[in-house]
Design a protein around this ligand. Structure first.
Ligand code: ADP
Length: 466
C-alpha cells in the first residue's frame, strides 16, 4: 500500500468507507422497515378486530332476513352482521366464548391451540410451526343471559411481513451494490482527474532534477483549488530558481571576467620583474602597477562580498527607526577616501527626518553616491547634498557638476559591473550603484536619476518617513 499512488489509496479508502457506510445504511433500513412493517400490520390487526366488535349482538329472536347470520346461544341467538371480516389481508378474526370455544369466524391456529385462555384485551404473539403469529384478543361488551363474556381474537402470521421485507431486502441488495459501484467508479475517475496536476508536478520536478530543463512549467489550468495553487506556487518557485540560477551564472561569469584583467596584469608584471635584473625605476613602476591591480582586485572582492551579503541575506540587516538627517551629516563629515580634486561640498539638511531602515545599509548607500559624485566630479567642482520632506517622503539629493552620464548609459548604470566608457579612467568596480539599488529595494525607496553629459548628475532617493 505504501508504494501505491495517491489516487489508488484515495479510491481504496473511499471504497472501503463507502461500503461500510452503505452496509450500515442497509442494516438500518432493513431494521427500520421491519419495525414499520410490524407496527403497520399490528395496527391493521387491531383496527380489524375493533371494527368487528360492533358487528355482534345478542337477540332473543332471529329476524327473517338474510342480512345477518344467527348462531343459537342459550335461549336466543348471536346476531352477526354479514360484513363481519373473517379474513382480510391475512388477518383472521373469530368469535369465541370465554372458555375458548370458537363460535364463528376463521383462525388458522384454532385447531392447534384450542386451550389458549383469554386473559384480557391485549396484543401478544406466539410461535407455531416456525411461524410467528401476532394475536389480538378483545372482550366484547355484550350482556348475555348466562352472564359470561364473548371474545374476538384476531390473528395474523408474520410471514406476510417477512415476505414484504424480503422484497425490500432484495431490492436494497440490488440497488446498494450498484450505487456503491457507480460511486466508486465515478469517484475514482474524479480523483484521478483532480490529482492529475500532481502527476504533472512530479514529471516536471523529475525533469528539472535530471537537469533537463529549468524553463519547464506546469500547466495548472484555471482551477484555483489546493492543487491549482500548489502548481502555481511550484511554477513561481521555478521562476525564482531559474532567475537565481541565471543570476548566479551571470554573476560568476562577470566576476571571472572582472578579475581576469588585474590578475593578468599582475602575472605579466611579475614575469617582467623576474625575467632579469632591472633598474630601480623599472622595479618601482612594475610594483606600482602590481599594487594598483591588487588594490583593484581587493576593492572588487570587497564590493562583491558586500553586494552578495546584502543581496542574498537582507535579514542580516534589521530595521529600526533612525534619523536620516543624522546619518547624512555623519557621512559628509567623514574624510573622503577618493582624491579630493578641490571639490567643495555644500549641504542643506532638514533636521530630524526619520525613516525606518538599517543604519549600516543607509550609510553605505549615501557613501556610494557621495563617492561617485567625487570620482566623477570635475576638478575644483561642487557637490550639493540636500535632505528635505516632500509629500510625506524624505527626499535625499546628491548632485554634482561632473562628467555626467550619456543617455544610452542611464538605463544600465545600476547593472552589476557596468562602467560607463567615460569613467574607465577612474578607479571603480561597477558595483557601487548595484549596491545602492539593492539597498533602496530593501528599504522600498525610489531612485531617480537626472544627468547631462559634461554638466553633471543628480541622484535622488525617496524614502517613506516614519
Ligand atoms: P563604478 O563607479 O565603480 O564604476 P557604479 O556602479 O558606482 O560603479 O557606477 C556605474 C557607472 O555609472 C559608473 O561607471 C559611471 O559611468 C556612472 N556613474 C555613476 N555615478 C556617476 C556620477 N555621479 N556621475 C557620472 N557618472 C556616474
Amino acid at each position: 500500500m505504501k508504494n501505491r499512488s495517491i489516487p489508488f489509496k484515495l479510491t481504496f479508502w473511499f471504497s472501503v468507507i463507502l461500503t461500510v457506510v452503505l452496509g450500515f445504511a442497509f442494516l438500518a433500513m432493513r431494521f427500520s422497515s421491519g419495525m414499520v412493517l410490524q407496527s403497520t400490520i399490528r395496527n391493521y390487526l387491531i383496527s380489524t378486530v375493533e371494527e368487528n366488535t360492533d358487528k355482534i349482538r345478542y337477540v332473543d329472536d332471529r329476524e327473517d332476513t338474510d342480512a345477518n347470520i344467527y348462531i343459537p346461544y342459550e335461549d336466543g341467538f348471536l346476531e352477526i352482521d354479514l360484513d363481519f371480516m373473517e379474513v382480510i389481508q391475512d388477518v383472521h378474526t373469530a368469535l369465541y366464548t370465554e372458555d375458548g370455544r370458537m363460535l364463528y369466524g376463521e383462525n388458522p391456529l384454532s385447531r392447534q391451540m384450542p386451550d389458549v385462555r383469554f386473559e384480557g384485551t391485549y396484543l401478544w404473539n406466539t410461535k407455531y410451526d416456525n411461524v410467528q403469529y401476532d394475536i389480538y384478543d378483545r372482550c366484547l361488551a355484550i350482556d348475555l343471559p348466562d352472564g359470561r363474556a364473548l371474545w374476538i381474537r384476531g390473528i395474523v402470521p408474520e410471514s406476510r411481513e417477512l415476505l414484504q421485507l424480503k422484497d425490500i431486502t432484495r431490492l436494497l441488495l440490488i440497488i446498494l451494490p450498484f450505487l456503491a459501484l457507480l460511486s466508486i467508479l465515478s469517484g475514482s475517475v474524479m480523483i484521478a482527474k483532480l490529482l492529475s496536476p500532481l502527476q504533472r508536478i512530479e514529471n516536471a520536478a523529475e525533469k528539472i532534477s535530471a537537469g533537463e530543463d529549468l524553463s519547464k512549467r506546469i500547466d495548472h489550468g484555471p482551477n484555483n483549488d489546493e492543487i491549482g495553487r500548489l502548481a502555481r506556487a511550484f511554477n513561481m518557485m521555478l521562476n525564482r530558481l531559474e532567475h537565481s540560477f541565471e543570476t548566479e551564472r551571470q554573476f560568476t561569469s562577470d566576476v571571472s571576467h572582472e578579475l581576469r584583467t588585474p590578475a593578468t596584469v599582475i602575472l605579466t608584471q611579475s614575469e617582467y620583474i623576474l625575467e632579469k635584473e632591472r633598474g630601480i625605476r623599472e622595479y618601482t613602476e612594475a610594483f606600482q602597477t602590481v599594487q594598483k591591480q591588487a588594490e583593484r582586485m581587493s576593492a572588487l572582492i570587497e564590493d562583491m562580498l558586500s553586494y552578495t551579503r546584502i543581496d542574498q541575506r537582507p535579514e542580516l540587516y534589521p530595521f529600526e527607526a533612525l534619523s536620516l538627517s543624522q546619518i547624512v551629516k555623519e557621512v559628509i563629515g567623514q574624510p573622503v577616501s577618493e582624491e579630493n580634486k578641490g571639490i567643495t561640498v555644500s549641504a542643506e539638511l532638514t533636521e530630524d527626518i526619520k525613516i525606518s531602515g538599517n543604519p549600516e545599509l543607509v550609510r553605505r548607500l549615501i557613501q556610494n553616491l557621495l563617492s561617485n559624485a567625487y570620482r566623477y566630479g570635475r576638478e575644483n567642482g561642487h557637490i550639493w547634498i540636500t535632505l528635505h520632506s516632500d509629500n510625506g517622503k524624505a527626499v535625499l539629493t546628491v548632485k554634482d557638476d561632473g562628467i555626467g552620464i550619456e543617455e544610452a548609459s542611464k538605463e544600465r548604470i545600476f547593472d552589476r559591473f557596468y562602467r560607463g566608457d567615460a569613467s574607465r579612467t577612474v578607479q571603480g568596480t561597477g558595483l557601487g550603484l548595484s549596491i545602492v539599488k539593492r539597498i533602496s529595494e530593501i528599504h522600498k525607496a525610489e531612485i531617480l536619476v537626472e544627468s547631462e553629459l559634461n554638466i553633471g548628475s543628480t541622484f535622488r532617493i525617496l524614502w517613506d518617513k516614519v
